[in-house]
Design a protein around this ligand. Sequence first.
Ligand SMILES: Cc1ncc(COP(=O)(O)O)c(C=O)c1O
Length: 366
Amino acid sequence: MEQVPFLHLGRQYLQIQDDVKREWDEVLAKTAFAGGPFVTRFEEAFAQYCQAKYAAGVNTGTSALHLAMMALGIGPGDEVIVPGNTFVATAWGVSYCGATPVFVDCDEYYNLDTTATEAAITSKTKAIAGVHLYGQPCKLDELKTIATRHQIYLIEDAAQAHGALYKGARVGSIGDISAFSFYPGKNLGAYGEGGGITTDRKDWIDHIYRLRNHGSEQRYYHDEIGYNMRMDGLQATVLEVKLQHLDRWNDGRREVAAQYLKEIDNPLIHLPKVLPDAVPVWHLFVVTAPDRDGLMQHLASKGVQSALHYPVPCHLQKAYNFLGYSKGDLPNSEALAATCLSLPMFAELTHEERDRVVDAVNSYKG
Ligand SMILES: Cc1ncc(COP(=O)(O)O)c(C=O)c1O
């Protein structure tokens, strides 16, 4: 039986291969591999796209979070609010700075619950890391109001939400500083690893430019302990080519999501809700079902691939045992982890494949 793939990056590549090969020829001819002019060119295009003043390209989204938090001066003794329901790298950034992630539960949109966020703020809290999980903006206005009231920073983790809109503004332009991942499977993905930071603060971005480059502005002079977290020239050109198609590809994802939302009508399946004022980019289309494993098996028997995002919430990961959380601390995140299932989602899904996903989900009997 022909499989309906969960994701098929090859179909996207076919649309842009001539442009990518032409750009790569240029990078190879100029041997501009680590950082350099192609990275600067992408940074300018990406900042403009995100409606931010500045952007920095780095080697991964995890580094983007780490450097963004360093630029804010987060360090030992500080706390940062992080959703329990996110990819663990949001918390890594906090831990790499020597600070403590404080995990907070999610709301019915699967993003940070704003009441729980405010309740978790202490005198040590330095920032809130709002994640736009699955491509849906979190409640940025409320979080910004809370951050302003407590004189702390708002960080956007936009790793899954390139191009999403919140009240008409791009994610990455609303918080104090934002981090993106360009991991290959992301809405804007490199052909290897990549990450980015956007902000309107020149002093922060300049600090990040130094930190990613061994703490150096002038070669072999190191003003502080830095990192090697530069973006590759080859990745920057892929991202610049792809950026020109991002809105169209996000539209394609929205079309798939609209069909799923309209045509999936199985009472055993709970569909995702869209936040009013948000235009999500559907990095993932996550449904829930009481017997999620049964649903996954049923879909597999119909040749439909699916995946889990994420089976264990951050506060229950072994790596964070030392923080002393236990089961029951974040009930919404835990329930989601136990019942979530991600359906195939990418712009190039054919109409036949989308229909097969809908039919397979609707024929699930529990
Ligand atoms: C929400 C979130 N934050 C951070 C990251 C880390 O990005 P990367 O894999 O590029 O390091 C990811 C990606 O996997 C993510 O989904």
